[in-house]
Design a protein around this ligand. Structure first.
Ligand code: ADP
Ligand code: ASP
Ligand code: MG
Length: 403
């Protein structure tokens, strides 16, 4: 007997027919003699709709109340799925995050899972129940409901798999697996049979929403093999696992992130400690900086630009205004019409010219690069947002269609 965790995303449970489709997959797994824990997300666009409802009432509502509202989406899915499983004649129980033992940090709307106390889930499995758990939510030390940030149900599933030492963790979604680019945007994107944790972590962090990056981080930490597969087709998906077990691909994928804004600070005094002083002000406000570009000093001044998540752009610019008002400087500006395009691949470490090939693709497509950043297994460029899809296609075609 194996313990299997199966997670179903919002589109997989969007309506009654799809809920029954999921119930069928789950009960087929159970019928084979497995213990099954199912994690579900809110139906279809429910989470977006709830956010809209909150904004209608009070756009400045506290994060505590936002979480109370958002957690409701998953409550609907677990009960409906449990009802469908009951109808198919199998024993089942649905549990909210707190009932399933999810303890989180106190950060409302972006809480981190601290621990899963699995006693209740274990008890239900001992009673031969299929256990359906609400993803995306937990309880903090104040005994308030928290949510884990968008896409957080993937992490809920991996956390249960880790805490219960599950034999398999399957992430069912609306595409057949992880592709070399978003298959909805790039027609000839290829599905990967497998991908390493490190590459998947980069892709997820750089915008491939198919897996939440924290779920990959946790899977790597606890060595949980994940399978990403479709809930609509009965076909094997992509395995996410340790790199040692696979051949290194030169490039495993191209990702796009439009949740980026560029802040430019012009004409700041060119002196030692400049970067430290500027960025320590931002880190004091817990604003994460991504790509940084610093110009060569001229006439005793420099320009520095950096990128942040769109949500942080206004605050980051205010911090920088404050900085130039006290230290000196010419101006601060925000550009939100930018996108970050990245290539990821473990093979880059040992091959020269990968970045050049990416730049050539952009040159051929007449797309201007505004910033560049590289690490061992990725290259990212910042470009104009309206060119983002064209850039992904051009780069993807350069790496995957020629040879
Ligand atoms: P779920 O609701 O099941 O969690 P998501 O919408 O969060 O599903 O993630 C699945 C979507 O991720 C796909 O529909 C696809 O458009 C998108 N996606 C982006 N990049 C990739 C990629 N490299 N491979 C597969 N899907 C991707
Ligand atoms: N329902 C949540 C969201 O839309 C969590 C998830 O789908 O993973 O972000
Ligand atoms: Mg998702």
């Amino acid at each position: 007997m194996s313990l299997i965790v199966q997670k179903f995303g919002g589109s997989s449970v969007a309506d009654a027919e799809r809920v029954f489709n999921v119930a069928k997959i789950v009960t087929d797994t159970y019928k084979k003699g497995n213990q099954v824990v199912v994690v579900v997300s809110a139906q279809g666009d429910t989470t977006d709709d709830l956010i809209e409802k909150a904004n209608e009432i009070n756009p400045n509502a506290s994060k505590r109340e936002k979480d109370m509202l958002l957690a409701a989406g998953e409550q609907i899915s677990i009960s409906l799925l449990a009802m469908a499983i009951e109808k198919l004649g199998y024993p089942v129980v649905s549990l909210l995050g707190w009932q399933a033992g999810f303890q989180t940090s106190s950060a409302y709307t972006s809480a981190r899972i601290k621990k899963v106390r699995t006693d209740r889930i274990s008890k239900e499995l001992d009673k031969k129940n299929i256990v359906v758990v609400a993803g995306f939510q937990g309880l903090n030390k104040y005994e308030d409901v928290t949510t884990l940030g968008r896409g957080g149900s993937d992490t809920s599933a991996v956390a249960i798999a880790a805490a219960m030492n599950a034999d398999l963790c399957q992430i069912f979604t609306d595409v057949k697996g992880v592709y070399t680019a978003d298959p909805r945007k790039v027609e000839n994107a290829k599905m990967l049979k497998s991908i390493s944790y490190d590459e998947m972590l980069e892709l997820a962090t750089l915008g491939a929403q198919v897996l939440n990056n924290r779920s990959v981080e946790m899977a790597k930490k606890y060595n949980i093999e994940l399978e990403v597969l479709s809930s609509f087709t009965n076909t094997p998906g992509t395995i996410v696992k340790e790199a040692a077990k696979m051949e290194k691909m030169l490039i495993s994928g191209v990702a796009k992130d439009t949740d980026v804004a560029r802040i430019s600070v012009l004409g700041v005094p060119d002196e030692p400690g400049l970067a430290f002083k500027m960025f320590s002000r931002l880190s004091a406000k817990k604003i994460n900086i991504d790509i940084i570009l610093q110009s060569i000093g001229r006439d005793g001044t420099k320009d520095i630009s950096f990128t942040v998540a769109k949500d942080n752009a206004k605050e980051a610019a205010e911090v920088m205004e404050d900085y130039i008002n006290t230290v000196g400087g010419k101006s601060v500006s925000i550009d939100e019409k930018v996108a970050k395009i990245s290539i990821v691949g473990a093979g880059m470490e040992s091959h020269a010219g990968v970045a050049t090939k990416m730049f050539e693709a952009l040159y051929d497509a007449h797309i201007n690069i505004r910033m560049i950043s590289t690490s061992e297994i990725k290259v990212s460029v910042l470009i104009d947002e309206d060119k983002a899809d064209a850039a992904v296609k051009a780069i993807h075609s350069k790496f995957f269609d020629e040879d």
